[in-house]
Design a protein around this ligand. Structure first.
Ligand SMILES: O=C(O)CCC(=O)C(=O)O
Length: 280
């Protein structure tokens, strides 16, 4: 088992693997004649000395896994604490089966088109929006849709009661198979306000929800060494993200190499009217 040392990151409870010490060996090759050198060829005798690197080797940290129920503090910084709460089985599996079928059938699923650098491409998933206000992300605007499906209204109430937060909007995602995905992003549009609480409920096939910490300014946008977390989200599980999570972390659901059945994800949010988002 790897040795552990005190660590500033709080989600793995103050312990992390010790950095690997650089290999400290000294190698001197002297007078060794390579097989390909002809005997009569003149050569100068060379000595190779391995010098210990002056800087400690920097390792890419291994991704942590969160798969047990609980509240996890991911990080603390000037922007505040980033916290998530995982509740597997928030909806019991029998009810979740029934809800999944209803939502698959009744939600008006649609595929939106993105335009990036003059190139348009279809989102690799289907979506639908509920709420009195429109929602704009990645230059796509979802039009208001106040006609909440009864199952969605009921789920909103159950989540509000459990979390103590109210929500007025919902983004629904349908991942049809392993090829569907959502790329790295944060839910940080101005219309979501500062430190938004996002409650994410999943149905159907288990998919991995990945998180990565945004790099500090010194890293100059390089994500190589940032902390990463993987959270398997299965049928009926609820994940609540709050505090500085959207400001300090990104998340995604990557494509999978093996086949996956359909999965529905519901993200409940509060939307404020633009352009007067509360934190302008
Ligand atoms: O499908 C998920 O679990 C994540 C969806 C998501 O990231 C989003 O709707 O912003």
């Amino acid at each position: 088992m790897a040795e552990e040392t005190a660590c500033t990151s709080s989600w793995h409870r103050g312990r992390c693997p010790a950095p690997k010490a650089p290999v400290a060996s000294s190698l001197a090759l002297a007078g060794v004649r390579p097989a390909w050198r002809q005997k009569d060829q003149p050569h100068t005798q060379k000595q190779f000395i391995f010098e210990k690197p002056s800087e400690v080797e920097r390792r890419v940290p291994e991704a942590g896994v969160i798969d047990k129920p609980g509240v996890y503090e991911l990080s603390k910084g000037p922007t505040g604490t980033s916290r998530i709460h995982l509740i597997p089985g928030f909806i019991d599996s029998e009810q979740a089966d029934w809800m999944f079928e209803q939502l698959l059938q009744d939600i008006p699923w649609g595929q939106r088109t993105h335009i990036r650098q003059e190139v348009s491409f279809e989102e690799p998933r289907l979506t639908s929006w509920y709420g009195e206000l429109p929602y704009t992300y990645s230059r796509i605007t979802m039009q208001p849709n106040p006609n909440w499906h009864p199952v969605l209204s009921m789920l909103k109430e159950r989540i509000e009661e459990f979390t103590g937060h109210t929500f007025n909007s919902l983004l629904c995602n349908l991942y049809r198979n392993e090829k569907d995905s959502v790329d790295w992003h944060s839910d940080n549009e101005p219309s979501l306000g500062k430190n938004p609480v996002i409650a994410s409920l999943s149905f159907g096939a288990t998919r991995t929800f990945e998180m990565r910490k945004k790099p500090s300014p010194e890293e100059d946008g390089d994500y190589t060494y940032v902390e990463r977390i993987r959270i398997p989200l299965d049928h009926g599980s609820l994940l609540v993200m709050e505090g500085a999570t959207q400001e300090d972390w990104q998340h995604r659901v990557p494509k999978e190499y093996h086949s996956r059945d359909e999965r529905i994800n519901l993200t409940f949010r509060i939307i404020y009217p633009e352009p007067d988002g509360v934190w302008k």
